[in-house]
Design a protein around this ligand. Structure first.
Ligand SMILES: Nc1ncnc2c1ncn2[C@@H]1O[C@H](COP(=O)(O)OP(=O)(O)OP(=O)(O)O)[C@@H](O)[C@H]1O
Ligand SMILES: O=C(O)c1ccc[n+]([C@@H]2O[C@H](COP(=O)([O-])O)[C@@H](O)[C@H]2O)c1
Length: 203
């Protein structure tokens, strides 16, 4: 893994996502990678403005941030960062990783991404720099093929995680239809969605 690994360095996982809402697929992926890669911590980083999702309405960043905090609060290995929200403007992972490296000088970064997001990674901004900032870990996701889309071989690993066919889109659609999202998202997130009337057409 080149210059990113070293003795005595903390191993910091980074789970970026829009988290609209965060669901158990995200949490299981982070937990499994933390275990298999012996990570000290996984920081969840909700996007500010996910520029590749500009074709649809995205919930307010503060709602997505708070749901991420609620979902991760009970796990001492998990934390949440506001860096992408507070930076403002479209969210680029090169900025995320540069900022996290500045804040965590003695850490190796492991960016966790599902098979669908990994397949799109060459469309992200500044990909040449991207791969020098972190090691990328692609995780399995039902309905998607996990493969290297052309990243340098020594910059990417693959992890099979317990399959959860859950997506944020499906959770939003279920709430809009009045269907339950219990057990797809953490209980506190169900209650937050209800309290803030998120995803309801009359919300
Ligand atoms: N069920 C899942 N299993 C494994 N990885 C997942 C799963 N759901 C999301 N991910 C990964 O988590 C990261 C953040 O995903 P994101 O917040 O966009 O959720 P999503 O469910 O894909 O949302 P949407 O349906 O709105 O596109 C991405 O890397 C994505 O591939
Ligand atoms: O850097 C980019 O250009 C870029 C483009 C699309 C997605 N990403 C990142 O990929 C992660 C998952 O994004 P999303 O849109 O699937 O929620 C999240 O951390 C995004 O900031 C990054």
């Amino acid at each position: 893994m080149g210059e990113q690994t070293g003795p005595g360095k903390r191993r910091l996982g980074v789970m970026g996502g829009t988290f609209d809402p965060i669901h158990h697929g995200h949490l299981v992926a982070a937990s499994e990678v933390a275990s298999q890669f012996h990570l000290d911590e996984v920081v969840f980083v909700p996007t500010g403005q996910p520029w590749q999702k500009s074709h649809r309405a995205v919930s307010a960043a503060e709602d997505r941030y708070l749901m991420t905090v609620i979902a991760t609060a009970s796990n001492p290995q998990f934390s949440v960062s506001r860096i992408d929200i507070d930076r403002g403007g479209p969210t680029y992972t090169t900025d995320t990783l540069r900022d996290l490296r500045r804040l965590n000088e003695n850490a190796d970064l492991f960016f966790i991404t599902g098979a669908d997001a990994l397949a799109q990674i060459l469309t992200w901004r500044d990909t040449d720099e991207l791969f020098s900032l972190a090691h990328f870990i692609g995780v399995t996701r039902p309905g998607h093929i996990l493969a290297n889309p052309g990243l340098p071989e020594d910059r990417v690993s693959f992890v099979e995680v317990p399959a959860l066919a859950i997506s944020s889109s499906d959770c939003r659609a279920r709430v809009a239809q009045g269907d339950p999202v219990w057990y797809l998202v953490p209980d506190g997130v169900v209650r937050y969605i209800d309290k803030r009337k998120l995803y309801r057409h009359d919300g």
